[in-house]
Write a protein that binds this ligand. Structure first.
Ligand SMILES: [Zn+2]
Length: 76
């Protein structure tokens, strides 16, 4: 990955941390993102930030939840 501009190296490094993603696949994904429209790239980045800020584990059953409790536990 040497030879790439620093922001691209950083992207490849971060993508490479994902499960099952080696450096080769990370480079392919980074190239895809580079060629994507600014809007699509923004949607991808936003969805990662959004899922981390909005989704947590239900305090009752440890399912994925959008608030303190998941939909199943809120239903009771
Ligand atoms: Zn729950």
């Amino acid at each position: 990955m040497t030879g790439y501009a620093l922001p691209i190296q950083r992207l490849i490094k971060e993508l490479g941390k994902l499960p099952g993603i080696g450096e080769k696949t990370a480079t392919r994904l980074a190239t895809f993102i580079l060629r994507a429209s600014p809007e699509d790239a923004r949607k991808l980045a936003d969805s990662i930030v959004e899922v981390k800020s909005k989704i947590r584990f239900c305090s009752a059953c440890f399912n994925l939840a959008e608030g303190d409790l998941c939909e199943i536990c809120m239903d009771h």
